[in-house]
Design a protein around this ligand. Structure first.
Ligand code: AMP
Length: 114
């Protein structure tokens, strides 16, 4: 797997505004927010993309989603709701090959997504 900017954020080699961290994941603010609240959640054990979850343990997959739910609650989004997004591959517009859950909140979302 090729090195990404998120590997460097995880190793704290480049700055990021971390809003949540536990034994399996970290959450940090997106550098180019698309909503009043826009946070990314990544696992500490690298996975390139959502498609690779097929070969990972239920615990790994579950831990990332659980970290996202905890992060959203800590950000105060749980009552009004929010959107989580995982972009996968070229058609999904994935630009960083390190799986990340986008948490978007602070305004009503549109549907269908573009
Ligand atoms: P995706 O298009 O799903 O791969 O999303 C990648 C996200 O990473 C985009 O929303 C970018 O704004 C965000 N991003 C890229 N570099 C950084 C960075 N250094 N710190 C925080 N977010 C970043």
């Amino acid at each position: 797997m090729s090195e990404t900017i998120f590997d460097k954020i995880l190793r704290k080699e480049i700055p990021a505004e971390i809003v949540y961290e536990d034994e399996s994941a970290i959450s940090f603010k997106d550098i180019s927010p698309q909503a009043p609240v826009h946070v990314l959640v990544i696992p500490k054990v690298k996975v390139a993309g959502f498609a690779d979850f097929e070969s990972r343990s239920n615990e790994e997959v579950g831990a990332l989603f659980k970290a996202a739910a905890i992060t959203a609650r800590k950000l105060g989004l749980a009552d009004d709701g929010y959107r989580i997004v995982v972009n996968q591959g070229r058609n999904g517009q994935q630009t960083v090959d390190y799986i990340h859950i986008h948490i978007l909140g602070g305004r009503p979302m549109n549907w269908p997504p573009g």
